[in-house]
Design a protein around this ligand. Structure first.
Ligand SMILES: Cc1ncc(C[n+]2csc(CCOP(=O)(O)OP(=O)(O)O)c2C)c(N)n1
Ligand SMILES: [Mg+2]
Length: 253
């Protein structure tokens, strides 16, 4: 992680502490790190999709070899902006990959309450003229391979791709805790998906093929723990933003 990215942290005593790389102007839904090629995110469901499509159009205008990747949930497939974007991307042959993370829920609403049973999201993208695949997104290598295929297609001039990445979230939509007790989904369903933990699956693949030693994995785990601790210490010890800065950067400054 870029050190700057660490500066937005949730702390027990002070709540969200913002110092960070967007100058304290956003929370976890407003991340942006241009140095890392991360052009932005949006709290509006589906809102980032047309912006990403514009980024791909810009790359095409500039004859750059940049490829845009945009991520959204199954909830985003209920926004017209997605389908307008797909139409435009297919029409203009834009260098973009649409990653739809389908975990079957939009917050607490199951997919079957929101879309007709027969709808297949990947098929719908295909109908809009965009090459689409369904991917087992609990398998890191499958996602890598599908992304590789999508990039190769763009490089060959074959246009945009749509990857319907099928996975599950164990926790609530906001990321905190298990919300199954609220009754919108069966706790057994959550348990069944826990067997398909992408991290464990990838770890098992790497260790069984002797590509990763247990001691090395342990060292990496410890390093990550240290980074997280440093990030918390940094956030807790950083001053809060000041009122005078509130209106800075609202426009072009
Ligand atoms: C345009 C818009 N409508 C409604 C909301 C409220 N909202 C926030 S997240 C969300 C559901 C998103 O579903 P999905 O992307 O599948 O996320 P998941 O629940 O799987 O984490 C909704 C409706 C919003 N942020 N923007
Ligand atoms: Mg979802």
């Amino acid at each position: 992680l870029d050190k700057d990215v660490r500066k937005i942290i949730f702390t027990k005593d002070k709540g969200f502490v913002f110092l960070g790389f967007v100058g304290s102007r956003g929370g976890s839904m407003h991340l942006l790190d241009k140095k890392a090629g991360f052009a932005g995110s949006s709290a509006i469901v589906g809102g980032i999709i047309p912006i990403a499509t514009g980024s791909a159009l810009a790359a095409q205008f500039k004859h750059s070899d940049c490829i845009t990747g945009v991520y959204f949930g199954d909830g985003g497939t209920e926004e017209g902006a997605l389908w307008e974007s797909l139409n435009f991307a297919a029409l203009k042959n834009l260098p973009i990959i649409y990653f739809c993370e389908n975990n079957f829920y939009s917050v607490c609403s199951p997919l079957e309450n929101r879309q007709p049973q027969k709808i297949n999201i990947a098929q719908k993208a295909t109908d809009f003229g965009v090459y689409a695949e369904q991917v087992d997104a609990t398998n890191v290598i499958k996602v890598y391979e599908a992304t590789f295929r999508a990039i190769s297609r763009i490089r060959a001039g074959d246009g945009p791709s749509f990857l319907e990445c099928i996975a599950y979230r164990w926790r609530g939509h906001g990321g905190a805790g298990d919300d199954s007790h609220t009754g919108y989904r069966d706790p057994q369903e959550v348990q069944q998906w826990e067997a398909f933990c992408p991290i464990t699956r990838f770890y098992d693949t790497l260790t069984s093929q002797k590509l990763l030693q247990e001691t090395e994995a342990k060292r990496m785990g410890e390093q990550i723990e240290t980074e997280i601790k440093e990030a918390f210490d940094h956030a807790i010890n950083s001053p809060n933003p000041v009122y005078e800065d509130l209106y800075k950067f609202a426009y072009s400054d």
